[in-house]
Write a protein that binds this ligand. Structure first.
Ligand SMILES: [Zn+2]
Length: 305
């Protein structure tokens, strides 16, 4: 199976500590890398991890809170200093981050590559990136300021040709591409052989990953993330501190697990832990009572789909 994995670079909230870095993940889909959020210290985590970021051409930022983007300008700058990068780099940011980031890159960085900034509206579902294998769209979230998550989706694979059938009907090699793309075949006497007789559906099951941080309890996201293979959902607080979650538009571990359960996801990964806890076990235990297939993220962890 082709690679689809998430590398956790930072899963704490607010400020980097000895226990946790701030939000950042690398998503690897078929060896294409996507950076999601870039809190302070992200580049240190990347260099430490040994992951090569030469094939990372897109960065997605969820919102304009510093713990999700304060590492961005230094990291992008280092792509020149460390790697002498020349390939274009695409940066996808909410509208309110566009101008400040353009200012910083213009004034403080001399990049060896073209940085293309794509601002977007976080309030509605938007397709940001698409190629023949996959796509990335936004997930509107509820966090007091413009904020969204990201949904990474593999696309279904084309049907598989049945070579014996194609040969039996005398279909020339040069026509097989059209058959693979869904066409039927017309015989010399005008008889049409339907595509279903020449191909069999691929047994490939496209996988999906949803990144949802930061957000208050937000059941509106459920239809969009229904049945995903993996949901990363912030779980900043335990339920005993639910008033804080409400005040700061964050979620409790129980709320994250409720979203996972109600959306019928396969697996839940929690993170964005508040600084007030020295241990994630109570957060994990709370989530597991509602959604047993939950994992508590740690820096350096890789989750495969
Ligand atoms: Zn935030």
């Amino acid at each position: 199976m082709e690679k689809f994995e998430i590398n956790i670079l930072g899963c704490g909230s607010a400020v980097p500590t000895m226990r946790h870095g701030t939000s950042a993940q690398l998503v690897n889909i078929h060896e294409k890398l996507f950076l999601v959020d870039c809190g302070e210290g992200t580049q240190t985590q990347i260099w430490k991890s040994g992951i090569r970021v030469t094939n990372m051409n897109h960065i997605f930022i969820s919102h304009a809170h510093g713990d999700h983007f304060f590492g961005l300008v230094p990291f992008v700058s280092s792509l020149t200093l460390m790697l002498s990068r020349t390939d274009d780099l695409h940066l996808w940011v909410p509208f309110d981050l566009e101008e400040p980031l353009r200012h910083d890159f213009q004034h403080y960085c001399q990049l060896s590559f073209k940085l293309i900034i794509h601002p977007f509206d976080t309030s509605r579902k938007t397709l940001l990136y698409e190629d023949k294998e996959m796509k990335v769209e936004t997930i509107p979230l509820s966090h007091g300021i413009p904020c969204c998550g990201f949904l990474f989706c593999e696309k279904p694979k084309l049907p598989v040709l049945l070579p014996d059938k194609c040969r039996a009907y005398g279909i020339p090699q040069r026509e097989l591409g059209k058959i693979k793309n869904g066409a039927g075949w017309m015989m010399e006497d005008g008889t049409v052989i339907p595509n279903s007789e020449l191909t069999t559906p691929s047994d490939f099951m496209p996988r999906r990953y949803a990144y949802c941080s930061d957000t208050a309890y937000n059941p509106q996201m459920i239809p969009q993330i229904e049945g995903v293979n993996l949901l990363y959902h912030e779980a900043t607080f335990i339920s005993a501190d639910e008033m804080l979650a409400v005040k700061y538009a964050h979620s409790t571990a129980a709320q994250a697990a409720t979203i996972a359960r109600d959306a019928n996801v396969e697996k839940l990964a929690i993170g964005h832990y508040s600084l007030r806890y020295n241990d994630e076990k109570p957060l994990l235990a709370e989530a597991k009572t509602i959604f047993p297939n939950t994992e508590a993220c740690q820096e350096g962890m890789t989750i495969s789909l």
